[in-house]
Design a protein. Structure first.
Length: 249
């Protein structure tokens, strides 16, 4: 969930505490995964729920569609499953496809698309640093949260270093046109790794000198109210209601 996915705004969804939205997305994904693949109507209702959240958050549909590109590997895998699947076969547009494979492909596509869309709504309405702060408030493992925080903070630094190294190479007449330039690029990658490692060492020493004990302080400990929790959990609770209604019908 990079910063490029975030859409600044002041909608009710934007204003919800990040820990509420994180838990809501996780709960919604669990309900979607637990839904039988034969319930086409349930997946349609889940999609309507996400569309309603998107409308409330004022997220452009095109923004979500561009974000769904990340799902492309799942789509390619799902398209292969009916072709290589075993069991009963059926003819579709002149192709002999596996019936269990078709069900498996639908199951992957439907659930992956809903889960990715819910995650995109989270990323679109919550800044990356807020997502990590929300995970910290949900008592996620400190080490994982800190690694993600540092990666997010210093990613731009590393990218800037790569850009400066590329400019330096090109200013000396270097152009990577064929395999003969691979050794130069490899040495540049090694130099970038060493510089990044040394920078990390300096940052760690600076943190220790300022009292770092292995846990990052929570600067903005914004606690969620019961109303905010209820608003955020409305989506997964509605999805759970659809699932329970289908099980008891």
């Amino acid at each position: 969930m990079g910063a490029g996915l975030h859409v600044p705004g002041g909608s009710p969804v934007h204003r919800l505490p990040p820990q509420c939205k994180l838990l809501a997305v996780l709960a919604f994904a669990l309900v979607v995964v637990a839904t039988p693949r034969e319930w086409f109507w349930a997946f349609g209702l889940y999609a309507v729920m996400l569309a309603a959240v998107s409308a409330v958050a004022r997220i452009p549909p095109g923004h979500l569609l561009r974000g769904l590109v990340i799902e492309l590997p799942f789509v390619l895998f799902a398209l292969l499953v009916p072709v290589i699947g075993m069991g009963e076969r059926t003819e579709v547009l002149g192709l002999s496809l596996s019936v269990p494979g078709l069900w498996a492909a639908w199951n992957i596509l439907a659930k992956a698309t809903l889960g990715v869309t819910a995650s995109l709504l989270l990323a679109s309405t919550t800044a990356p640093r807020e997502v990590l702060a929300g995970a910290q408030r949900l008592r996620a493992p400190d080490l994982l949260v800190q690694i993600a925080m540092f990666m997010l903070r210093y990613l731009d630094v590393i990218v800037g270093e790569m850009r400066r190294m590329r400019v330096a190479r090109e200013s000396r007449g270097f152009l990577a046109r064929d395999l003969r330039q691979v050794p130069v690029v490899a040495r540049s990658a090694g130099a970038l790794f060493i510089r990044s490692y040394e920078r990390g060492e300096r940052v760690h020493l600076a943190m220790l000198s300022r009292g770092y004990t292995g846990r990052m302080p929570v600067i903005d400990d914004a606690r969620a109210t019961a109303r905010q929790w209820g608003t955020a959990l409305a989506l997964p609770l509605a999805a759970l209601g659809v699932l329970l209604w289908g099980l008891t019908a």
